[in-house]
Design a protein around this ligand. Sequence first.
Ligand code: HEC
Length: 198
Amino acid sequence: MDSFEWNKIAGGVLGSLLFMMVVGVVSGSVFKTHKPEKPGYVIDAPAEAVGGVVAVVQTVDVGTALAAGTAAKGAEVFKKCATCHNAEKGGPNKTGPNLWGIVGNKHAHLGAAFGYSDGMKAKAAEAWSFDALYAYLENPKTAVPGNKMAFAGLSKPEDRGAVLQYLNSQSDSPLPLPKPAPVAAPAKTATAGQAKKA
Ligand code: HEC
C-alpha cells in the first residue's frame, strides 16, 4: 500500500468520526426538545382557540355579514321572499308590502297603503336600520312581536347580509354600509394571552 491508499483510509475514518459527532449533536438536541417541559400547554392552547372561534361564529355583526355578500347574491336569496314581496320601484304589494327603499325607512313604511299588523304598526316610529333588518330577518317573530310575516327567518348571517345588500340597492338613495366590527383581532389576542399564561 502506498501513502495515497493510507490517506484515503485515514480520510474515511476521520469522515466517519465527524459524521458520528454530527449525528450525536443533532440527536441530542432532538431528544432535549422532545422532553415536554409543560405537559398541559399543548392541550390548553387548542381548547382556548376553539372557544375563540365559536364565539366569533356566534356573533357575526351586520357589517361583517354585509361585507360577505353582494347585491347579486342577495337577489338570489330574495327568491325566498319574492312569493310575498316585490322590491321594484312602483311594484305591487303582495301578501307582504312592496320593499322599494325599505332600508333606512320606517317600520310599516307604506302606512295605510298596506294592511300591517298591530305589532308592526306599533313600531312605526322606528327606522329600519341595517341592524333592525338584520335582526328581523334572522327571527321575524321575536324581533317584532305580533307581526304577521309568516317566514321562519334566514339563519345564515351571509344570506341576511346578501339580501340586505340587495334591498339597499333597491332604493333611490342607498345608504352607506356599516363597517365590519373588528371581532377577529381581539379573539386572537385572547388566545395568545392564554397560551403564554399556560
Ligand atoms: C309568507 C310571506 C312572506 C315571506 C316569505 C316574506 N315576507 Fe316579509 N313580510 C310579509 C308580511 C305579511 C309583512 C307585513 C308584516 C306585518 O304587518 O306584521 C312583511 C314585512 C316585511 C318587512 C317590513 C316592511 C315594512 O314596511 O315595514 C320587511 C323588511 C320584510 N318583510 C322583508 C322580507 C324579506 C327580506 C324576506 C325574505 C328573506 C321576507 N320578508 C319574506 C310576508 C312575507
